[in-house]
Write a protein that binds this ligand. Structure first.
Ligand SMILES: Nc1ncnc2c1ncn2[C@@H]1O[C@H](COP(=O)(O)OP(=O)(O)OP(=O)(O)O)[C@@H](O)[C@H]1O
Ligand SMILES: [Mg+2]
Length: 460
């Protein structure tokens, strides 16, 4: 439905103004209705009073003329009263009502037979209400008694009420609107403060937070939620920044070595053996950088939730045996052995074969690089998941690293000094496990060595 020009214009006004207009509109309706109600009620009260006093006078006069001559009305005390004969002719009148007729001839004739009422009539002595009743004169003659009550007081009172309402109503409306505007302004002030502060918080000053006025009201809740969001954005940005700086740092080392090799090789009189050695070293550095770039790409994809996975049922025992076989040569070089520990027969997980194998290789490579003694591969079923454990008999993780072992570029000082690697191995294991609905964990064994595991969804 197309919105009208006015509603569009209204929607464009500031909330403050819209609230005030709406509030004033409602106030106008309420005050108007209350005013009309009050006026009508007051008027009907006044009318009832006029009618009641008229009725008393009529009763008095009726009793008078039915007992004595019509002329007795003159001394009845009623200000305006007439007695009419059967043909509508004026028979008697009070002094103040002389010279005019309360009822026309036709009305008077009707009044002889039935009660008659005139709500308002303008006579020389003012606006009046008239009541007339049939009566029977002492001789049996049918007559009508008419009494007029002045409406001056009633009209005056009503006019006074009207004036009061016309002054007080708009005044009340004005005051209520001003109060409404001020209330809306005060309520929206914290929002404006928060907006101004949000504008100041650029990506350079993300550590600042929005002012939270009253933590218990709705706007306070909004401020708190936005601040939590800001904290999260800051943390994510901080992580990204660290990642970029770590990645550049990691790339610098192999690049520097590569350049040194190439410079050396280019320096004039190299014999073929030296040249070959330089090229081999260069190729090794290039391989390291390729690995690093590949790992970063996998992590970035996993972050976006776009890691390509082709999950299939994998028998745990076969998978662990294949991993052990792959690592055997590397283990033999270090005079280490790899054994398969406790694995339930026929247990299987639902996972991508290549990624899972790569993750297992990372765990075994770590155990070989940083651990000592026998490397044991085992599995354990744990509510819906199967944990694949790789344990060794070395010194375990340095204490400070245990909590952050799966962080990107997190490496122990010894690893940094001694082993090639970039510190992405465990981060990749975590990415692969969580992308498949699993989890990871690491702990130091009480006796000796590290126990690192990845858990994957169990089949069946
Ligand atoms: N089995 C282990 N025993 C003791 N320390 C370990 C073990 N596995 C990992 N660590 C520590 O955790 C760090 C992080 O391991 P991670 O596999 O993530 O990186 P890396 O092995 O150093 O490098 P990359 O795997 O990328 O070549 C290691 O540098 C090492 O200090
Ligand atoms: Mg590693």
């Amino acid at each position: 439905m197309a919105r009208s020009r006015w509603s569009l214009r209204f929607a464009r006004l500031p909330i403050r103004a819209r609230l005030t207009i709406a509030f004033a509109g409602v106030m106008l309706a309420v005050l108007g209705a209350a005013g009309v109600f009050l006026y009508v009620q007051f008027r009907s009260d006044l009318d009832a009073q006029v009618d009641a006093s008229l009725r008393v006078e009529v009763d008095n006069l009726k009793a008078l003329v039915e007992a004595g001559p019509p002329g007795a009305v003159a001394s009845s005390g009623a200000p305006f009263a007439h007695v009419y004969g059967e043909n509508g002719q004026l028979v008697a009148s009070t002094r103040r009502a002389e010279g005019s007729r309360l009822l026309s001839v036709r009305e008077a004739r009707r009044a002889v037979r039935q009660p008659e009422r005139v709500a308002r009539r303008t006579l020389p002595f003012g606006d009046v209400r008239i009541r007339a009743f049939p009566a029977t004169a002492p001789g049996g003659r049918r007559i009508a008694v008419a009494v007029a009550g002045t409406l001056a007081l009633r009209d005056h009172e009503l006019a006074r009420l009207r004036t009061l309402l016309l002054i007080a109503g708009p005044l009340a409306l004005l005051l209520a609107s001003i109060a409404g505007y001020e209330l809306a302004r005060a309520a929206l002030l914290p929002v404006e403060r928060m907006r101004a502060q949000a504008e100041r918080i650029t990506d350079r000053r993300l550590s600042e937070r929005l002012p939270v006025p009253d933590p218990l009201d709705e706007i306070g809740a909004l401020g708190r939620t936005l601040n939590v969001m800001l904290a999260r954005v800051e943390a994510v940005l901080e992580r990204e920044r660290r990642l970029v700086s770590d990645a550049s740092h990691e790339l610098r080392t192999p690049l520097t070595t590569l350049r040194a090799e190439v410079d050396l090789a280019l320096r004039g009189d190299r014999d073929p053996v030296e040249l070959r050695a330089a090229l081999e070293s260069a190729a090794e550095e290039a391989l390291r950088m390729t690995r690093l770039a590949d790992d970063l790409l996998v992590l970035a994809r996993a972050d976006e939730g776009r890691l390509p996975l082709r999950p299939a049922p994998l028998v745990v025992r076969d998978m662990l045996e294949a991993a052990a076989t792959r690592a055997r040569a590397a283990a033999a070089m270090r005079e280490r052995s790899i054994v398969i520990g406790g694995v339930a027969l026929g247990m299987a997980v639902h996972a991508d074969p290549d990624r899972t194998a790569q993750a297992l290789d990372n765990l075994i490579a770590n155990a070989l690089s940083y651990g000592e003694g026998t490397v044991t591969l085992s599995s354990r079923a744990e509510d819906g998941l199967v944990e694949l454990h790789v344990t060794d008999e070395g010194r375990g993780f340095p204490d400070h690293l245990l909590q952050r072992a799966f962080e990107r570029f997190g490496r122990g000082a010894e690893a940094r000094a001694g082993e090639p690697g970039s510190g992405l191995g465990l981060a990749l294991v975590e990415a692969v496990a969580t992308a498949q609905g699993g989890q990871v964990g690491a702990r130091n064994l009480p006796e000796a060595g590290a126990d690192v595991w990845m858990a994957l969804p169990r089949v069946g």
